[in-house]
Design a protein around this ligand. Sequence first.
Ligand SMILES: Cc1ncc(COP(=O)(O)O)c(C=O)c1O
Length: 423
Amino acid sequence: MKSLNRRRFLGRTAAAGLAALPVTRGLTAESTAGDPSSVSAGPSYAPDRSNDDPLGVRASFPVTEELAYLNTASVGPLPVPVRDALHAYADEKMHRRNTSVGREAIASARTRFSRLFGADEEELAFLYATSGAENIIVSAMDWRAGDNVVVDELHFVTTFVLYRELERKAGIELRSIPSKGGAVTLDDFAAHTDQRTRLISVAWVSNRNGFRYDLPALADLAHAHGAYLYADAIQAWGTFPTNLHAEKVDFACGNGYKWLHGDFGCAPFYVRREHLEWMTADRYGHRQVAETLPGHRFRLKTSAEKLEYANPAYGPVAAMDAALGFLEGVGLDRIASHTHALASELRAGAEALGMRMFTPPDNPSAIVSFYHGLDPERLGPALAEAGVAITFQEEGDLLRAAVGMFNNRSDVDRLLGVLAGLV
Ligand SMILES: Cc1ncc(COP(=O)(O)O)c(C=O)c1O
């Protein structure tokens, strides 16, 4: 069965020119996700000869010249305009000609983010990391022993670390729902939610297999029990059009270094307006001051900006601002239709090779995870040799492919060609 599939696959892809694969390195492992050093450029320069560029963005992503980069779920490569913005920031820091550049960048990023994702500017704070948001929410809430938080096993590790600590410190209960067929249904959440549930927390698009949650339905469920819904948006923002008000979510946060194509260190945090009054900061500092009163007394800001207690990392903020401008120019609707369609093709190709999917069918996201059933010791070097950048998970048994706006069929074929060669 497997060899038949392999022959069929090779027959189908021969015309795509798989014989002339550029030789570069690019393999990354899940343990290095989030680490800039995990993105390895190849030693030899081998331009991609394919003209297939549905969104007209490949020239803005030099990474496409060297790698079949299917790893934006780990770290999104910088497009040229974002690199240029970082360059301009560094130049300003060197010459000190326009000292307001940082303040201008954060104001512009706030406006752009609100416009692109359907939030009000007052509902936005820029944090250092995604993981910071859930910590702020938890520290602002008043917990009693016996309260519970409902999550599921497709969530990111930060969430489990945080609530295990809260179990220990405050006597709450962490309820984690197992996934079935790579999905967790609304009924599963309903079965675990009760009057002592204070928070439902999901990775809006799962980092493990790209499963995408129905936020409005989960928000209705949470609100019917007097609870809140938090969405970790790092694998969601930048991959499809959305409006945070219409999503009904109470809080959402996602760092800039993946699908927004910005840098580490700038994570927009959305706090729904109705929660701003009780949402207190978990630390205090000079940037929260709205008005200085006599005797070292202060009136503090009341918008979500009150969560920005000190100077932000202006470099990553400048990158965020440029990245949002770039995304706006490309269009989230175009990004979603291209990447979701290409992810479906990748899925079909891997299924045709007999690989078992971890991502459920008809899932509207750009991530596809599957059990390759091959020897990871052979597969890893083969992918690296072919210049395919991708993430191995679960001791190397699972491959997570992430299709970015700049990817094309030849990138997908390069991955499938390597797999077919080993089946
Ligand atoms: C779903 C998810 N949340 C959070 C993170 C980590 O984000 P941060 O370092 O900004 O906290 C990752 C990184 O891989 C992730 O995939």
